[in-house]
Design a protein around this ligand. Sequence first.
Ligand code: C5P
Length: 230
Amino acid sequence: MTSSPPIFCAIDTSDLDQAQSLSRKISGTGCGIKLGLEFFNRFGPSGVEKIKKKIGDSKLFLDLKYHDIPNTVAGAIKAVSTLGVDYLNVHAAGGLEMMQEAKAVCPPQTKLLAVTVLTSLEDEHLRAVGQSTPAGDQVERLARLTQTAGLDGVVCSAHEIKRLRAACGDDFVLMVPGIRPAGADKGDQKRVMTPSEAFEAGATHLVIGRPITGAPDPETAARDILKALR
Ligand code: C5P
């Protein structure tokens, strides 16, 4: 599937063989694949290339959440760009200039997203790092800054979809983790939504990991989730 997939499956494992096998099977259903820090820090660019070989022309999101000074982030984006992934991300809290410099060196075929406020942080945690704005307001502020910097969208929680869709318009990408099919185990996710609810609220793509990768038959689990969306 080369067109934009509704779902990216998070492959969070430190077993390279398992990651390759899961990626091949799940990409065959029409899902994209998301690789994150755990995978990249263990297997590096060559690991990403191995996964790319398994998924053919399915979409790949490399979720590395860069956060550093503008020159360093731009250098990291340039270095990782040789892998030809479809989505990359940075932290919006790195500021306007950092995001602009990252976007300037990001290849046009790679969409660049920003993380606003980590969903593990609540108002009290933000206050402890000197951030007195409530989390929801800070998320919107950083999403608007992301849009001003010319990035393609943000990664956001399901409960922020409506607010950000209203603030940033229809073309802004909202990539949404914390999704659980009805009746699925929540794991460590606290505030979850079903896939249909998230799309109804205005999500562009969903990130779903364990409900697919932890199922007895991941391929069937992915197909069932996609089928329920039609
Ligand atoms: O297994 P599960 O569906 O909870 O996986 C969600 C994926 O999305 C994980 O890779 C997790 O790191 C990522 N993620 C998240 N919440 C965020 C940002 C990313 O769960 N706010």
